[in-house]
Design a protein around this ligand. Sequence first.
Ligand code: HEC
Ligand code: HEC
Ligand code: HEC
Ligand code: HEC
Ligand code: HEC
Ligand code: HEC
Ligand code: HEC
Ligand code: HEC
Length: 410
Amino acid sequence: MQFKSVFVAVFIGGSLLIAALIVNSQRPARETSQPSSAHVKASGKCAECHRHETSAVVHQFERSRHAAVGITCLDCHQPRGEQKKTEHHGFMLSAELTSLNCKACHATEYEQFNRSRHALPAYAAVNGPADASPEQIAQGEKYHPGTCTRAPNGLANLEGAGAKTKGCLVCHNIGRPNSDGSIGTCTHCHSRHNASVAVARLPSTCGQCHMGPDHSQLEIYSESKHGILFEAQRDTMNLAAPPKSLTTADMPVPTCATCHLSGLDGGRVTHDTTERLSWWLFAPVSKKRPTYQQGQDAMKEVCKKCHAGPGIETFFQDAEVVVASTNEKVAEVQTLMKELRAANLLTPQPFDEPIEFLDFDHWHYYGRTAKHGAFMGGADFVQWHGNYELLKVKVEIEHLAAELKARGAK
Ligand code: HEC
Ligand code: HEC
Ligand code: HEC
Ligand code: HEC
Ligand code: HEC
Ligand code: HEC
Ligand code: HEC
Ligand code: HEC
């Protein structure tokens, strides 16, 4: 009898243990393998449900500085200002989050961002003043006159709504006018739930938008000595170092962020990416910005954290020679195109004749690439993707122009 009950007890106990092991092995790994030592486990009602619904959101949040300092889900998701509210399992949430939700705690970063061309000018480059309120337009115009009142972009309209929504605007939305009165989004560079400076300091983060033949900054950076060394040494760098105390010991090699935003070795962090620039390089014929001297001095200050002064002066002088010679080459083609238009050898519509595409590629791809390459250390982009193409396409344009002239007026 006794033997039998011991057997039963052992049998039941063993079965329970096996059942428990099976149940445990079927529990999602996320509950048994939390990265809990370095990260804070999210708690509270939102996390309770969202650990099962959209669980990756919770895990991203748990890796963030926000979680470490006690910011909660609701701190970001609550409605601010004029935002539309929605009821959600007993909570009042904002229907759509914008930079206004971040501004509540990061007003300085918001103000700087709002002065940059990443704000409304970026959106207006595609859509013109459409969708923006008079106040939003006035703010953008204050820092970048003429950029927010221009007409919607002709090419975007020719290509149609699909190309504009899933193409142009995916990049240019960085400065979209929000219906709550704020401008733009912070999460293109920081991500939503990780909200990290380490992510923002990666070249690939900027390269989401800053790539391709018309603004090949990512490709140029990758072939520069800076890009090569970053690739080789990134594992030894401290990309998550707090911005206010970032030193060259954390990052001895610059990324896009270092030159354009960071405050290295006591320098000032800025979200105004316009602050350290001296030329309008993206323009067909580049002019000096009104803030030329301040812009160039501020950028040189960054270089001088790592390099000696004379080399930097020579570097900028040589780059400015490329700007001047590219300007000359582009202006020559522009004069020729004007002559063709004046003589009625082209239709008044843009982008309906092959020569118009060549003219566009000439400055928009090759001219820009040559200039950007010169300032960011991309020799191949100055030469083979830049000056060689500038020469080749000019010859093609001249031949087509001669044919049009021989054929006579339309
Ligand atoms: C009782 C469970 C529960 C609670 C509590 C809860 N959520 Fe949710 N939440 C859900 C479910 C379920 C969804 C829908 C997921 C889907 O549609 O696939 C959701 C969706 C969402 C969405 C996406 C909404 C959309 O329209 O895209 C957000 C944002 C969100 N929750 C935030 C929160 C926040 C912030 C909290 C705490 C203040 C919270 N939730 C609390 C269950 C919950
Ligand atoms: C730093 C601010 C911030 C914090 C903190 C935050 N969120 Fe979010 N969350 C966002 C933003 C921004 C979006 C994108 C919203 C949009 O596009 O309108 C978002 C989107 C979401 C979505 C929709 C995701 C999708 O891809 O459909 C869910 C669900 C969500 N959050 C839940 C949470 C939960 C749960 C927490 C806490 C564990 C939390 N959030 C904490 C900023 C935050
Ligand atoms: C309720 C206040 C609050 C809100 C809302 C908020 N933050 Fe923060 N944020 C903080 C605090 C506090 C810190 C930590 C500051 C520190 O480390 O000294 C922080 C830190 C950061 C950092 C630095 C992270 C790092 O890796 O060091 C970034 C980037 C950031 N926030 C972006 C955002 C973005 C983007 C939003 C909106 C989607 C947002 N924050 C919303 C309070 C907030
Ligand atoms: C979501 C897309 C996107 C991301 C991500 C992005 N940018 Fe931009 N950036 C743009 C667009 C669009 C413009 C052009 C704005 C205009 O002049 O209309 C621009 C312009 C700039 C300019 C020129 C500003 C001026 O005054 O002419 C600099 C410099 C710049 N970005 C640097 C960066 C850096 C550095 C990063 C990463 C830390 C970055 N960007 C991330 C889209 C982006
Ligand atoms: C892959 C992301 C991306 C896409 C797609 C994109 N752009 Fe851009 N655009 C940028 C970036 C980045 C710059 C900044 C270039 C620079 O300063 O060197 C820019 C610059 C511009 C500029 C010059 C800056 C200004 O304010 O005048 C115009 C105009 C422009 N884009 C219009 C468009 C239009 C129209 C489309 C679609 C037909 C488009 N872009 C598609 C990323 C993009
Ligand atoms: C173009 C990319 C980009 C955009 C857009 C952007 N940030 Fe940043 N942000 C960065 C980078 C890069 C850093 C780190 C600078 C450094 O290396 O020290 C940073 C740092 C920060 C920090 C930490 C600052 C400190 O001194 O500790 C906060 C907070 C922050 N950003 C908030 C925001 C908010 C809020 C917005 C939207 C208004 C925003 N960011 C938009 C790239 C961006
Ligand atoms: C070593 C420093 C450095 C690094 C790294 C760097 N840049 Fe630059 N960038 C410059 C300089 C210098 C200029 C020209 C500034 C001027 O106008 O005087 C420039 C110009 C630009 C412009 C041109 C704006 C216009 O007028 O058209 C953009 C956009 C830009 N950089 C984005 C990036 C991105 C994105 C990356 C990373 C993939 C990057 N930069 C990496 C130094 C740097
Ligand atoms: C955070 C430090 C840092 C910053 C900021 C920085 N650089 Fe560099 N740079 C380096 C390092 C490291 C190298 C590689 C030196 C070596 O070969 O040992 C380098 C290499 C170069 C080279 C190539 C030298 C050669 O002969 O191979 C040039 C040119 C250059 N940098 C220009 C600049 C300019 C211009 C700026 C500012 C717009 C700048 N750098 C900003 C760290 C930096």
